[in-house]
Design a protein around this ligand. Structure first.
Ligand code: ZN
Length: 484
């Protein structure tokens, strides 16, 4: 476990609970704040005595009153000391650097052959900043001749910082170089990736460049690592649902369909399911477009339609390897759909993602792609549909959110939670499919219990409950099969 901790970046919310001097002196690394259990996890080389524990707890309560501290002994003392050094190394301040550069007198563009260090330093600071703010994406573009940076955190994008336009060429060149893209190409979209080093840890970043008017827009996606995939408890709040999905995955039978729209978190759920097979030492193959998270021990194959290597070609090839389990990134064409059915019928368990908003739409989608009812009856073991809701921050009380809250800054929301519906189609359901209208079936399947349970447990608030129940029940449900 502690090895895994070193592979992820300690979060700044945890880090600030213990001052650097004490952390170095005692060999303590506060690396993770866990909102659900209101616990800060601390690594230590030797278990602290009662007095030191008291001291640490007092410091913790200075930041987060009422929280608990979970101590974890780490055998690798050298690695721990190194991790502490990196964690507290004076953090780069992107605001400070942006301000300095904005005041610099240079008004002519920085030429590519000139010193690129200023841009490199700024980009480094920006990447560090983005990781610490838990951003999923960084958007960089020219807005009215100013380099403008937006960060997307928990699905919401907001302005982060700006930089004078004279740095533009050098910045674009720097990013393109790192991602091994063509620096001279400005009129075509380009995709690439690189690994940034943030606090001595590798952070994989996917780069997408899109021509925008006379310039370009750059999007950097901070890819998650396998350690960022939540465990079952964090992924699924409601114990009944958790048990049902864990049981279905463990049965390794047929197809588990994970459905949702873009940005619904379905990929994370699919990864979680798939990973639990890996723990059993099976031969696993995944087909993805593109690979979002590198899973050690899994054969991950990125499909590439431009090369004629689509999901169908990948699936056909994968089946020749007779894998113990498959993950299909998206079922979106007839051939993939029929191969999927064949894979399941020949005893290969599959986790498949389908772009559909609810269970009924999953059936419509698969039937639309040529699957027969008998196919579905014989293969589908469970359908998981999901959306993301804004999770209520731990600071929210009867009086509302705390304005000075470190986590949410007074918005009352921190991180997101998957609102899932699990549906196991039975004989009665298949019989009713032919007699009932889509709307009747949808009404039958409607599950408002999940939302209500999440509201009652104060995982989501009334406004999120309202927003999602409208979407589930209302006409929005019709807007399904769009986009990837
Ligand atoms: Zn808060």
């Amino acid at each position: 476990m502690s090895q895994r901790v070193f592979q992820s970046v300690p979060d700044t919310y945890a880090l600030r609970c213990i001052p650097e001097a004490l952390a170095r002196e005692q060999g303590w690394l506060a690396y993770r704040c866990h909102q659900r259990t209101r616990t800060v996890h601390v690594l230590t080389a030797t278990p602290p005595g009662a007095i030191l524990r008291q001291t640490a707890l007092r410091l913790l309560h200075g930041q987060y009153p009422g929280w608990a501290m979970a101590w974890q002994v780490c055998a690798d003392k050298d690695a721990l000391i190194k991790a502490i050094q990196y964690a507290y190394r004076s953090s780069y301040d992107v605001d400070e650097i942006s301000k300095q550069y904005a005041c610099s007198e240079a008004s002519t563009p920085i030429r590519l052959e000139e010193d690129q260090r200023p841009v490199a330093v700024w980009l480094d600071a920006l990447l560090n900043d983005a990781v610490h703010r838990r951003a999923s994406d960084i958007h960089i573009m020219l807005v009215e001749q100013v380099i403008t940076v937006y960060l997307r955190v928990d699905g919401c994008s907001s302005l982060r910082t700006q930089l004078p336009v004279q740095f533009w060429q050098a910045l674009v060149a720097r990013i393109k170089n790192m991602a091994k893209l063509d620096v001279t190409e400005h009129r075509l979209p380009q995709d690439g990736r690189f690994d940034a080093i943030i606090r001595a840890q590798e952070q994989p970043i996917r780069v997408a460049v899109l021509p925008q008017g006379e310039s370009e827009k750059i999007t950097l996606r901070l890819l998650a690592s396998v350690d960022d995939i939540p465990n079952w408890k964090d992924l699924i709040v409601l114990p009944d649902q958790r048990r049902q999905l864990v049981r279905a995955v463990a049965a390794k039978q047929g197809v588990i369909v994970v459905a949702g729209s873009t940005g619904s978190g379905k990929t994370t759920t699919a990864y979680r399911c798939f990973l639990s097979w890996l723990n059993q030492g099976l031969q696993l193959i995944s087909l993805e477009d593109p690979i979002e998270v590198t899973l050690p021990g899994v054969c991950q194959s990125a499909v590439n339609s431009a090369l004629g290597y689509g999901f169908a070609e990948g699936l056909r090839a994968a089946l020749r390897h007779d894998p113990d389990g498959l993950m299909v990134g998206e079922v979106r064409d007839q051939e993939t759909c029929s191969l999927l059915v064949r894979a399941a019928l020949t005893g290969h368990p599959v986790i498949a993602s389908v772009h559909a908003q609810d269970a009924v739409s999953v059936f419509h989608r698969l039937i639309g792609l040529g699957a027969t009812l008998d196919d579905l009856k014989a293969t589908i073991s469970l359908i998981v549909t999901q959306r993301l809701a804004k999770k209520t921050c731990c600071c929210v009380s009867a009086k509302g959110a705390a304005l000075e809250c470190e986590f949410c800054g007074g918005t009352g929301y921190y991180e997101r939670v998957a609102v899932m519906q699990l549906f196991k189609p039975d004989a009665k359901f298949y019989n009713s499919l032919s007699d009932w209208s889509t709307e009747q079936i949808r009404l039958q399947l409607q599950d408002k219990k999940t939302l209500t349970a999440l509201l009652n447990q104060r995982v989501i608030d009334a406004s999120e409950h309202h927003r999602l129940s409208e979407k589930y029940g209302g006409k929005d449900a019709e807007v399904s099969n769009q986009g990837g």
